[in-house]
Write a protein of this length. Structure first.
Length: 252
């Protein structure tokens, strides 16, 4: 059976992936008041919306940050073990999220983290020397103890890339199951040199203790793909926060 170009099996698998990703991820809002990026419920007010969001205002190791100055060169090693598999794209309103099947992992500092999902921010949340990129992708990983590692990839317009092939649901809550396997590694830049620091979630509850791995090189996508994502989700970047003495490390 096929439905709008997708097999029943691919839709069923994508629904299962979506449920698992929402259960394990940190971009959903179940049980918490609404927040957004506007004037009344935006980042400046997140800490006031719910006591569970207090860290958004009191945390000292918050993300995103502005990446500038010198970085030490003793970062823990990073290796990617991504592979092609089923995936689905869901419009959450505040972002578009791609849920992936189990089997994609990241080794960082001797620990293994499973990729749960990746999603988009326009413009970028992290900045380089105060400058934003038009788009930033966050690859959210979780280890067996629930600790998070987020890989950040900046995206610039520069010709068609894998991002251009992703269907984007136009309705909030809409989900599209990919008919072809997706390899998340294709979304990374060719040069996977990185900068790393300890930070937080960039959305409520802004929990700290998140390992951030920011690619120094950017990926590319077509102008239309970047503009389409921006039109769907609008500006959804939290302002940068001071390092407050945190160490910024570089690795290859």
């Amino acid at each position: 059976m096929r439905w709008r170009g997708y097999t029943f099996a691919s839709v069923f698998v994508a629904c299962v992936i979506s449920m698992l990703a929402l259960a394990a991820g940190d971009e959903h809002r179940d049980g918490h008041p609404e927040w957004d990026y506007g004037r009344d419920l935006g980042p400046e007010h997140w800490a006031e919306i719910d006591p569970a969001f207090a860290t958004c205002g009191t945390g000292q190791r918050q993300s995103p940050i502005d990446i500038s100055g010198e970085a030490s060169s003793d970062a823990p090693p990073v290796s990617f073990a991504y592979r092609a598999g089923p995936a689905s794209v869901v419009n959450l309103g505040h972002t578009v999220q791609v849920n992936v099947a189990p089997g994609n992992s990241l080794e960082f500092g001797g620990e293994s983290y499973e990729l749960v999902q990746f999603h988009f921010h326009t413009p970028s949340e992290n900045t380089f020397e105060g400058a934003h990129h038009p788009l930033e992708i966050h690859f959210v990983h979780r280890d067996g103890a629930g600790r998070l590692a987020v890989v950040s990839v900046m995206v610039r317009a520069g010709g068609a890339g894998p991002l251009d092939l992703l269907p984007m649901p136009g309705e909030v809550g809409g989900t599209v199951a990919l008919d072809a396997p997706l390899n998340p590694f294709d979304m990374l830049p060719d040069d996977t040199g990185y900068l790393t620091f300890e930070g937080s979630l960039t959305t409520p509850p802004c929990s700290e203790g998140v390992h951030w791995i920011v690619m120094r090189s950017h990926a590319v996508a077509g102008d239309e793909a970047i503009a389409h994502i921006a039109a769907l989700i609008g500006p959804n970047n939290r302002p940068t926060h001071p390092l407050n003495g945190r160490l910024l490390q570089a690795g290859e």
